[in-house]
Design a protein. Structure first.
Ligand SMILES: Cc1cc2nc3c(=O)[nH]c(=O)nc-3n(C[C@H](O)[C@H](O)[C@H](O)COP(=O)(O)OP(=O)(O)OC[C@H]3O[C@@H](n4cnc5c(N)ncnc54)[C@H](O)[C@@H]3O)c2cc1C
Length: 368
């Protein structure tokens, strides 16, 4: 009996679980190890905060998907990969041996970028950690009669979307004294997206009463305060860190070939470039043809990953994955309104939000 180990219940692996439920791989025992029984779909998370969805609507039950596929589910995190012995060690003390492994365990948030970040901020990842902390944070805002200041460090797509969503939630709760400040190192938020869309986002932030501290980095955190790179200090009651995707330490420590940032180097067949019995996809992977860290690419890699894991187990031919050139970015702005970008093109409107809502719901329906 061959042993296939899936590490992480990420966007690509939910496709693999679905494919295995439809057609199991003969003579193969499959195990999924992931720290939570559900996978929160990040695309809908801002909608949960803004009050558009319940958390259940944003969650894929990966334990049930695994059960449906006849796969053993181990609820734990992989903390060490022994590539020579072909086994992983989990946070719960379990050791799981494998013949073929696939890693879709997502990115982490690096809190070593500034002193005090680890102690005094809330990282957006693990997303379950944020989901657990959010009701308490909102309750603090409700109780703070003299005002509540929430800072978000990181004004990329996720940070900006969260700023809009949180401001919308504060408005919904009639918390007139609760304020959101978005901090980013570029002159405008949404780095990498079209200039017109970024300009649009700047005026929307202003319209919604969200303060954008541009061209500044947070360089030190204290209880109730953040020191910025322009030597100013701002007061905050809570600080959310939504800086870019960072790699977990254990893949590089295992001896797997990784890029300079610690992401697993994979070939177009999604196999490790140093250890072909290890596959990887999603944000934790560094593709041969690099793409931005984004759920879209993790989702698109899923079917090829599913095919190639099957091929690795049965000796069939692998497929090459050629990621699309552009990804569609849909950024909700709180009030059932969204911005869209495709390459250099951009648009916005309530209809864009409805379009995003349809895409997201369809994605979730597939795995419910
Ligand atoms: C607020 C927010 C909104 C976003 N919106 C969008 C969007 O609209 N569109 C878009 O394309 N992208 C969006 N993103 C980015 C998107 O979330 C990521 O690019 C995407 O999640 C990457 O998918 P993944 O499969 O690599 O990892 P993930 O989705 O992070 O999944 C990783 C899985 O592995 C598990 N895991 C973690 N560590 C371990 C471990 N050590 N061992 C085992 N399992 C582990 C996790 O619990 C999780 O189940 C957003 C991000 C955020 C924070």
């Amino acid at each position: 009996m061959r042993r296939l180990l899936l590490i992480g219940g990420g966007h690509a692996h939910v496709h693999v679980l679905d494919a295995l439920a439809r057609e199991p791989i003969p003579d193969t025992e499959v195990t999924l190890v992931s720290p939570f029984p559900r996978q929160i779909y990040s695309g809908m998370l801002p909608g949960w905060i803004a009050g558009h969805y319940s958390i259940e609507q944003c969650a894929i039950q990966i334990d049930l998907l695994a059960k449906r596929a006849g796969i053993r589910f181990v609820q734990s995190a992989c903390i060490e990969l022994d590539i020579e012995a072909k086994q992983v060690r989990c946070a719960n003390g379990q050791t799981i041996p494998f013949d073929i492994a696939s890693i879709d365990s997502g990115p982490t948030v690096d809190l070593s970028f500034a002193p005090g970040a680890l102690e005094y901020t809330l990282p957006i990842r693990p997303i379950e950690g944020f989901v657990t902390a959010w009701p308490g944070l909102l309750e603090r805002a409700r109780l703070a009669t003299s005002g509540f200041k929430l800072a978000i460090v990181g004004d990329g797509a996720a940070g900006t979307e969260l700023a809009f969503a949180i401001q919308q939630r504060f408005a919904l709760e009639k918390l007139a004294n609760a304020r959101v400040t978005l901090i980013g190192s570029n002159a405008q938020p949404l780095s990498g997206l079209p200039a017109r869309l970024r300009k649009n986002a700047v005026s929307l932030l202003k319209q919604r009463g969200i303060k954008h501290l541009a061209s500044r980095r947070a360089i030190e955190f204290f209880p109730g305060q953040i020191r910025l790179s322009d030597s100013t200090t701002i007061a905050c009651d809570a600080c959310l860190v939504v800086t870019g995707a960072a790699a977990p330490a254990w893949p590089a420590a295992s001896g797997l070939a990784c890029d300079e940032n610690g992401f697993i180097r994979v070939t177009p067949t999604l196999q490790s470039s140093s250890h072909p019995f290890v596959f990887s996809a999603g944000d934790v992977a560094a593709y041969a043809d690099p793409r931005p860290k984004s759920g879209v690419f993790a989702v698109r890699a899923g079917p090829v990953l599913a095919n190639n894991l099957r091929a690795a187990c049965t000796g069939n031919t692998m497929q090459r994955w050629e990621p699309q050139g552009n990804a569609l970015y849909l950024i909700s702005t709180g009030k059932r309104h969204a911005l869209a970008a495709w390459g250099a093109l951009s648009t916005s409107g309530n209809w864009v939000w409805r379009w995003k809502d349809r895409i997201d719901r369809r994605f979730m329906q597939r795995f419910s």
